[in-house]
Design a protein around this ligand. Sequence first.
Ligand code: GLP
Length: 266
Amino acid sequence: MKLIITSHNLGLWAASYICRRWQLAQKKPFVLGLPTGGTVVDMYAALCGLVKNGKMSFQDIVTFNMDEYVGLSSTHEQSYHYYMKHNLFDHVDIRPENAHILDGMTKDPQQECAHYEQAITQAGGIDLFLGGVGRNGHLAFNEPGSAFDSRTRMITLEENTRQANSRFFNNDVSQVPAHALTVGIGTVLDAKELLFLASGETKAQAVARLMQGEITLQWPITALKTHANATLLIDEQAAAALGTDILNKWHALQQAQPEQDLVLSL
Ligand code: GLP
């Protein structure tokens, strides 16, 4: 995998990367796996800008979101349905039938998750899976301990994940759902390419695990190392715990060529 430290806005970086991949794609429709969360708000704003300026179109793009809270309807302001509608889908030319999100209100979670896996397969698999990283290293809502071959399923959220996400629920952890539906780590790893983003010092410990630690279920982020074409894009704050050697390299590069990203192969 590649770890890239950049001083550019992560969202702009990721959006132009997605646009390039879409332009170069041999196979259409182009299938994207999509995340939610604070980290990727700028990415969606930049994608909307590209579409508005005629540089990109979602007419031939199919999307699958990573996860959804159990028990939140699509009109709940903290549901990922609502997030996607307001941050992306309302502003681009995607065909409604091409935008897939797990239904957190389903009466039959098992069937909902099985259908989701089938729909991904029917779409020809995911070409590029975008993602964020939880403070505890989770990918989508795959909490520590999730198997690397796990598939789409219902999971129980960790207390620290609910705490972290309570900032979106009036800082009241009791309002954060205890369960979610999420694609599995195996579902993510099946994608042809992965681009994950981490920003801010709250993610520094999880990012540092990639450098220090071995590949372990306790840190789902380390699953990225097992993929043949995965990139983790981070800012300087998320790089803070990477160790002096790398940080010295980064600072030297910043002095010499401030526009340049530091690309590390792990
Ligand atoms: C939630 C999502 C994850 C996301 C994480 C980080 O837990 N289910 O997919 O990566 O939040 O969110 P943020 O970008 O807000 O830090």
